[in-house]
Design a protein around this ligand. Structure first.
Ligand code: ZN
Length: 107
């Protein structure tokens, strides 16, 4: 690959991609906040209608959905990893689109 033939925009996508791949945790999936009742009749989730909330990461894996609970101490890291994964996907799409155009125009 001849980097000199890349546009400034593409160089910038690629350098952002390389940075994400080398420095960030990456995690595919979507976050979902769930509320539940614990079953104790005297708990605030019944008496004050405040359910217990838990954060889950939901991911499709070999065609099936799977989910995992995200403990509060992991929440910031997981949110960042999910956001960075999404950003990386967008950047890969940009780079792919540019290559599609080069193929179409044979250059
Ligand atoms: Zn409860």
């Amino acid at each position: 690959m001849n980097r000199a033939s890349l546009s400034d925009a593409e160089r910038s996508f690629r350098s952002r991609l390389a940075q994400l791949a080398s420095t960030q945790w990456l995690l595919r999936g979507n976050l979902s906040l769930r509320t539940r009742r614990c079953g104790k009749p005297t708990c605030r989730c019944v008496t004050q209608h405040q359910g217990h909330t838990s954060l889950y990461l939901v991911q499709s894996h070999h065609g099936k959905l799977r989910q995992i609970c995200v403990p509060p101490s992991w929440e910031a890291r997981v949110r960042q990893a999910v956001a960075d994964y999404h950003q990386m996907q967008r950047l890969i799409e940009e780079v792919s689109e540019l290559e599609w155009k080069r193929l179409r125009e044979r250059k």
